[in-house]
Design a protein around this ligand. Sequence first.
Ligand code: F6P
Ligand code: MG
Length: 441
Amino acid sequence: IVSAFFVFTLSLMMSFAYLTIKDRIPQILTKAIDTLHRHKNEMFEKHGEKGIEAEKKAISLLSKLRNESQTDKPIVPLVEKFADTDIWNQYLEHQQGLLNDSDGKPRWFYSPWLFVECYMYRRIHEAVIQSPPIDDFDVFKESKEQNFFESQESIMTLCIHLRELMQIIEHLDENQLKDEFFKLLQISLWGNKCDLSLSGGESSSQKTNVINSLEDLKPFILVNDMEHLWSLLSNHKKTREKASIVRVDIVLDNSGFELVTDLILADFLLSSKLATEIHFYGKMIPWFVSDTTIHDFNWLIEQVKYSDHKWVSECGANWENYVKTGRWVYHDHIFWTLPHEFCAMSQVAPDLYAELQKAHLILFKGDLNYRKLTGDRKWEFTVPFYQALNGFHPAPLCSIRTLKAEIQVGLQPGQGEQLTASEPNWLTTGKYGVFQFDGPL
Ligand code: F6P
Ligand code: MG
């Protein structure tokens, strides 16, 4: 039984969790408020006076939220009706039940970190939906788009690489195909460095040519199960009947550069016939600053399609076509923006769990997904990944994650301690990464 005592709580002064709530959350809220301010004219043009009133209301709700977090107020239930409001409030009650202090109210600095961080993003969404007619405003849209534009050159290099690969893919032997697969997996891994929540929403784009850096980055992969992914998919390719489906599901993380790396990998999986269908999962509401929503997904494909560079634009056109023909399927589900860890999915969202069970392989991108896979607990570094998943095994799965939170399992004895001795912040800088697989070998 996994006890709540071992969940990361915020009261550990100077922990990364504490610094996130103390510094990063107010910074993200201030940036959101500033973004609303700067879009005042646009809101007036779209909705007249009502737009201005709504903008003021959203700003005042966000300022109140910032004050609540900074002064360690109790965490209050959600008030605005939305698809997930009841589940959130039940979860909050459950948190209350876990407390043993006198007033029995979870507070910003004395609650599990994962819960508080998710709650903050959900409250941002509440402030926006409480402010019609601007209730579909994404306060992070601008930062996500900026990340994409600032990564233009790297995106172009990757798209050209993909187009070149497509021209020779039929002629590659097994080993060459495997090399290319590993290359694109690593690109997708390091693409995860570019999330915006760690930098408080400030620019975190990709400016260097990541393909040339892959060899130098290899020593920073702490758990490397890429071989398992290859055997799994290449076996399916060899043994599958004609017209049967091999499905890879990708639980997306950040939009912008990282999403491009994921789409390139997804394109390769189809073109190499390692998979026949890719299913993507994004967020239903703006989340952890840079996480992908359906709007970001479509917007990015469109941007790539309308690139001035012929080969880049061909990538965009192909991607659009995959979506149209159903070889790429995008799914929304409210579960991804709940505070629950993934081992609760079969109870809280059985339909989603059943959907994931249809996959031959599920790739979970990013740090937040890792925290939810492992319940954000203070596991010993050597605890097997299988154990930390705590019963969550819908299909063979792999976490592709750069480390940005104080949690890591499945290391060799002494590996974590050695890293701590030489680099005290190794868990939180995004410098290290893992391909961590769970499934039958
Ligand atoms: O606070 C930093 C942080 O928000 C972590 O809590 C979170 O795990 C991470 O950034 C988001 O990273 P990613 O985009 O890789 O999930
Ligand atoms: Mg993210």
